[in-house]
Design a protein around this ligand. Structure first.
Ligand code: FAD
Length: 384
């Protein structure tokens, strides 16, 4: 089959790929093709389930804060440009013991960047938000500027904007199975149905298939895939988004959880951040309820802390693509070939800023300083 050539090629039109394509569109880039195995937004990757938290006082490390602040600006800009409600500033409370490294890092990030953060004891937090039943063993670090992003609506917005640009071609139902270098420079992507697309510069943001695709170029990436579940429950009026914030919760016995107030009548949503079932790329995922712990682990948190949450409405499965240290993997392993993956279950909030940085790197060949920490070299240095 004859290959089709463009200057830029993005493989994976999900969170990061479409964010980058959208930025290229706004910056007036010409000759861009974007490929996806499915029709985004869809539930085959990591961008479904209605909502994602955005937090700024970052518990995963203060190195993320500048990126989060830029991302927030870009989400607000996207809202202004589209007139759509994409970000719900319901606040986020981070809950855990005083000694939890995550809580300590949230507070350190806030101090370092002068972010507003309110510290409450467990009893005070329960008074402030009667949907919580917390005791004195927990503290809450409440961030009023944080909130919930409407993930599928955002991906849909980007797709519509990209499709409206005559300089960008989005090709869906195009599953790339192989990458190869072109003799004249650049790379070619070969699809499962034999179609071939070549470009001078390529961004691969293909979620679970990033590592397998790079292995066709003999490049090994330390990524693992994990099945994750989350679910929506009936909840009383205490959980309405005007009265209850988003949350992260670290329970030293039961694990790490996150959740959302009832937004648009969808119900109270909760998921578990740690644990999950390892999967090979491409391996089918058991639906929600396929493992006994799917519901049981959410129920135990509800029973311990959330007195007004009731019956299960429905659950869903999703996937994390993890790096060994759970920091992102963004690099240029060969000149002209940029990879972005391993977002380890906390990447979406940054997509608006990462899309900007990745697009600029693709177009101008220069890495933004804020991406430098995410390179593969750190794994060689740490022996992982
Ligand atoms: C349950 C859950 C909860 C989360 N909660 C949060 C949160 O609260 N806050 C937060 O910031 N982040 C959160 N995340 C993480 C965030 O959603 C992800 O980090 C982010 O969506 C990853 O973006 P991505 O572009 O790598 O993947 P995706 O958005 O999945 O995009 C990858 C795209 O590549 C395409 N693709 C894959 N293989 C191929 C191929 N071979 N050829 C062509 N196309 C291909 C896929 O179809 C897909 O569209 C959560 C994730 C999950 C699963």
């Amino acid at each position: 089959m004859t290959a089709r050539y463009t200057t830029h090629l993005i493989i994976g039109a999900g969170s990061m790929g479409l964010a980058a394509a959208d930025y290229l569109s706004k910056s007036g880039a010409t000759s861009v093709r974007v490929l996806d195995a499915h029709r985004p937004p869809h539930d085959q990757g990591a961008h479904h389930g209605e909502t994602r938290l955005i937090r700024l006082a970052y518990g995963e490390g203060s190195g993320y804060v500048a990126l989060a602040l830029r991302a927030l600006e870009r989400w607000q800009q996207l809202e202004r440009e589209t007139g759509e409600a994409l970000l719900l500033p319901c606040g986020v409370v981070n809950l855990g013991s005083e000694a939890s490294p995550f809580i300590q890092q949230v507070e350190a990030s806030a101090r370092q960047f002068d972010l507003s953060l309110e510290r409450l004891g467990g009893d005070a937090a329960s008074k402030r938000w009667p949907g919580w039943r917390l005791d004195a063993s927990l503290v809450g670090a409440f961030e009023p500027r944080a909130g919930a992003l409407r993930v599928e609506r955002i991906v849909d917005c980007w797709r519509r904007r990209v499709e409206a640009d005559p300089n960008i071609t989005l090709t869906t139902d195009a599953q790339v199975v192989e990458l190869s270098p072109l003799a004249a420079g650049g790379f070619e992507a070969v699809c499962a149905d034999g179609r071939r697309f070549g470009a001078e510069r390529v961004l691969v943001a293909a979620g679970q298939h990033l590592a397998p695709l790079l292995s066709t170029l003999d490049i090994s990436l330390p990524l693992t895939r994990v099945r994750k579940t989350f679910a929506w429950f009936e909840a009383d009026a205490r959980y309405h988004h005007e009265r209850f914030p988003g949350f992260s919760l670290i329970d030293s016995e039961l694990g790490d959880y996150y959740g959302f107030p009832d937004i648009d009548g969808a119900g109270f949503k909760i998921g578990r951040h740690d644990a999950g079932q390892p999967l090979e790329p491409g391996e089918p995922m058991a639906p929600f309820g396929g493992h006994t712990e799917d519901l049981a682990e959410l129920r135990q948190i509800i029973e311990r802390y959330l007195p007004g949450v009731g019956a299960l409405r429905h659950g869903a499965v999703c996937q994390y693509i993890r790096t060994p240290d759970e920091d992102f993997l963004i690099d240029e392993p060969l000149p002209g070939l940029i990879v972005a993956g391993g977002f380890s279950g906390h990447g979406f909030k940054f997509a608006s800023a990462l899309g900007e940085a990745l697009a600029a790197w693709l177009e101008h060949g220069e890495i933004a300083p804020e991406l430098a920490a995410f390179g593969r070299a750190r794994f060689a240095a740490s022996g992982r």
